[in-house]
Design a protein around this ligand. Structure first.
Ligand code: UD1
Length: 383
């Protein structure tokens, strides 16, 4: 059986690493029908820190094919990916295309495969935010509608798919594959030193005498809805800089999009001048895991961090009005609460959240063995 799996952007890498390892294990376990696997990187994320660093840290083999798509508008990214991926599929003629998550590569490659009548498997199917202004929601909807095999991380996602009329036999509950990566890498992350992470990844020179840190908030912010408009971004930055960074250090590994906007909106200098704000380049997988493990609170608009914070128990403010990952919310036993991007709401939840302690929670089948179940579901598929 020939399988092509696809990655494009940073959040895909921690999902594909355990999948590839599980294929290798399947092949070395004496199974007669071997899986011939090809890894395609669309090239959407191309900076060393956004891509290569993750391949190295997570022992992902170098992609067999890189489509070199790069940055661009959504139509450009999806369009170029489809044109280049079609050539790969024509040449390789795989039995399956496996896509993960909800980035532009997920959409582009599932559409291309389906148009060539190739079976599509979606890992992390069924997530729904209900927010059609999110590019990822469109990617999820289209990919799930086209997929032959939908591998879901939680039962809520299964309910979402059933409501959309996806038949039961196409759905398999496998758990959250990203947690496989977390469990594999937990002990390595634990060994890292926070001070060393800060020194090695600092974007602005900061006063090392301030170290060691007693307690810190960890921030990530990159969604267009939060960073692309000055009237939204500026009040958030003011709150972070004047209030959060008054209580404790604020550590912010910055996504390239956010950095670009901060400079455009003339917010960069002021932020850099605040000695309690520690701006970092995008950090590696283990470094982020360690920062999350030790943070007093995390503020984020990332999807993956909501899940990692849930398992690590880090009190989390999700800077969004909705989430496609409700299983991570406090009302469902998780660590996060939705705070949107309105400063009054963020402030109130921030103050309440500081009273909470770390409370790890492990949703059903987030057990580190999801990748094996993914491979098994593909091998046993009878369509
Ligand atoms: C993408 C995903 C998003 C995910 C995020 C994580 C989609 C629709 N979105 O958004 O779901 O949460 O990745 O990182 O696929 N850039 C660089 N270097 C890079 C990559 C990007 O400088 O290696 C800059 C470019 O200026 C680019 C901008 O970042 O225009 C945004 O990158 P893009 O790939 O378009 O989307 P993300 O915001 O990263």
């Amino acid at each position: 059986m020939k399988v092509i799996s696809v990655v494009g952007a940073r959040p895909n890498f921690m999902k594909i690493a355990p999948f590839i390892k599980a294929i290798d294990e399947y092949n070395s376990n004496g199974n007669t029908k071997k899986i011939d696997h090809i890894l395609v990187h669309t090239g959407q994320h191309y900076d060393d820190r956004m891509s290569n660093a993750f391949f190295e840290a997570l022992n992902i083999p170098k992609a067999d094919i890189n489509l070199g798509v790069g940055s661009g508008t959504h139509a450009e990214q999806v369009g170029y990916t489809m044109i280049e991926f079609e050539k790969v599929l024509e040449k390789e003629k795989p039995d399956w295309v496996v896509v993960v998550g909800d980035v532009n590569a997920t959409l582009a490659c599932s559409v291309t495969a389906k148009k060539l009548n190739i079976k599509v498997c979606h890992i992390e199917a069924g997530l729904r935010s209900g927010d059609m202004t999110m590019p990822e929601e469109i990617n999820r909807l289209v990919t799930d509608r086209l997929s032959d095999l939908l591998l879901i991380p939680d039962r809520i996602s299964g309910e979402n798919l059933k409501k959309e009329g996806i038949p039961d036999e196409k759905i398999a509950f496998v758990g959250n594959i990203m947690i496989d990566t977390l469990e594999t890498n937990r002990s390595k992350a634990e060994e890292l030193s926070i001070n060393q992470i800060l020194q090695e990844n600092s974007l602005c020179p900061f006063n090392f005498k301030l170290l060691p840190l007693q307690s810190y908030a960890l921030l990530t912010l990159h969604r267009p809805s939060n960073v692309d408009r000055k009237e939204i971004l500026q009040p958030i930055i003011n709150f972070l800089s004047n209030e959060v960074a008054r209580d404790m250090y604020l550590i912010w590994p910055i996504h390239p999009r956010a950095q670009k906007r901060l400079k455009e909106f003339s917010l960069w200098e002021e932020l850099g001048a605040n000695e309690k704000v520690i701006l970092l380049y995008p950090v590696g997988y283990h470094e982020m895991l360690k920062l999350n493990m030790e943070a007093r609170i995390i503020l984020t608009d990332s999807g993956g961090l909501q899940e990692e914070s849930c398992v690590l128990g880090t009190p989390c403010l999700t800077l969004r009005w909705n989430t496609e990952r409700p299983v991570t919310l406090r009302e469902n036993g998780g660590a996060s609460v939705l705070v949107g991007n309105n400063v009054e709401r963020i402030r109130k939840e921030y103050q309440d959240t500081l009273k909470l302690s770390r409370h790890p929670q492990r949703p059903e089948l987030w057990d580190g063995k999801t990748a094996e179940r993914c491979v098994e579901a593909i091998v046993k598929y009878k369509g």
